[in-house]
Design a protein around this ligand. Structure first.
Ligand code: HEM
Length: 395
């Protein structure tokens, strides 16, 4: 099998290279990726593709650090202070503080608001005419949800959304470009300052003012800015890809779409299956803190180890018929939200968004039709559709 350059965004331009990963899982489950002209700093990295190994690595943060090099093939920019790029004890403190804003109760309270938003978004969908589902629908709800969480004023939403899109596109797909990150940061600083002096009824206000019983310091301005910058790529891009990819999967599997229409109770398992199927957050990187052996391969201290959730979520040892989209799949031990200490902070919000959006879509439209070619983000990290031309026919 000809190796695919996994450090090259272009390798993902037509979607995830499943064939190569099917081969890796069977033949080289812990594979050494030689550096190519695209690999950051010319340093090779390990590629872990099996579910059991991905789970083991996620659960062993002491050996597989998120702080030493961040979570991408590129070294991170927030190492040591951005939530996802810290290890204990730093991670424990940061996570405990932001958790105060992300309780099931605070997220549950958003349901009515999100449903009203979803309805307004769908009001704009032209009936029976081709439109691009991604910007019109899939992008909108997650963006509005993050803005609601952060208490971003309504009138700033579009501008912020554009900055985030540009930031992700302009960074060559893998990192945010510095000038866009700067604009996002300036916005974050001003917003945090406002919430510090005028707390409102939003999750960011709770987080800005959060305190722990152990007396550890509140979040600093720098930590809050890093958190703000993390939420857009972590929460908006991922959920957008899940909604768009979920819509496509339902259209391509009319039997499953019909089953969901007939059994609204299946929405919960359907949401999990959509996350497994789309795996919008494709891979993670860790850096070893010691020499370690994995499936007989010797990994040296300080090496990069990448784990591929999308591949783990197609592992035939864990999922029956993994390439079948099954809205009632149960159990469904997917790792689409990660696992262990860094398990997705926004998982409950993402699940709520998926539920609300698909309930509203199925409630309103009788039929959907893909009308043109698809296009994908040119990105190996946040993989999703950018073009999903559709016709939607109201009931
Ligand atoms: C379908 C949508 C989503 C997917 C597939 C997803 C996936 C993930 C994954 C795989 C991780 C683990 C990162 C790691 O181990 O390094 C993660 C962490 C995280 N996610 Fe999500 N996510 C989604 C939605 C959201 C939303 C809506 C938010 C915010 C509102 C969010 C915020 C975060 C944050 C802050 C972390 C870092 C947690 C930590 O390091 O402790 N995510 N997400």
């Amino acid at each position: 099998m000809e190796p695919v350059d996994l450090s090259y965004s272009g390798s993902f331009a037509a979607g995830f290279p499943h064939e190569f990963f099917n081969w890796l899982r069977q033949n080289e489950p812990v594979w050494w990726h030689q550096p190519t002209e695209h690999t950051p700093n010319g340093i090779g990295f390990w590629v872990v593709s099996r579910h059991a190994d991905v789970v083991a690595i996620f659960k062993d943060a002491e050996t597989y650090s998120s702080e030493l090099g961040g979570t991408q093939i590129y070294d991170g920019k927030g190492m040591g202070y951005q939530l996802n790029q810290t290890d204990d004890p730093k991670h424990r403190r940061l996570r405990a503080l932001v958790n105060k804003g992300f309780t099931p109760r605070t997220i549950g309270r958003l349901e009515d608001d999100l449903r009203a938003r979803a309805k307004r978004i769908l009001d704009e969908v032209p009936s029976g005419e081709t439109f691009n589902f991604v910007p019109a629908v899939a992008r909108e709800l997650p963006l509005q949800a993050i803005c609601a969480v952060l208490g971003v004023p309504q009138e700033d939403r579009a501008e912020l959304g554009d900055i985030v899109d540009l930031a992700i596109g302009a960074g060559g797909g893998a990192t945010m470009s510095p000038q866009h990150l700067k604009r996002l940061s300036a916005y974050a600083d001003a917003l945090v300052e406002r919430k510090r002096h005028h707390p409102a009824d939003d999750i960011l206000s709770i987080i800005v003012h959060a305190q722990l019983d152990d007396g550890s310091p509140q979040l600093s301005n720098m930590e809050l800015r890093a958190f703000f910058n993390l939420l857009f790529p972590a929460g908006a891009e991922t959920t957008r890809s899940a909604i768009a990819g979920g819509m496509l999967a339902l259209i391509e599997n009319p039997g499953e779409l019909g089953r969901l229409r007939g059994n609204p109770d299946l929405m919960k398992t359907a949401g999990e299956e959509i996350v497994r199927w789309t795996s919008p957050s494709v891979y993670k990187r860790r850096t070893t803190t010691r020499d370690v052996e994995l499936r007989g391969r010797a990994i040296r201290q300080g090496q990069k180890v990448t784990v591929w959730e999308m591949s783990a979520n197609r592992d035939e040892e864990v999922f029956t018929d993994p390439f079948r989209f099954d809205i009632a799949r149960d159990p469904n031990f997917h790792v689409g939200f990660g696992l262990g200490a860094h398990f997705c902070l926004g998982a409950n919000l993402a699940r709520l968004e998926l539920k609300v959006m698909f309930e509203e879509l199925l409630g309103r439209f009788a039929r959907f039709e893909v009308t043109g070619p698809l296009a994908w983000t040119n990105n190996n990290r946040l993989l999703g559709l950018t073009h999903l031309p559709l016709k939607a026919f109201p009931k």
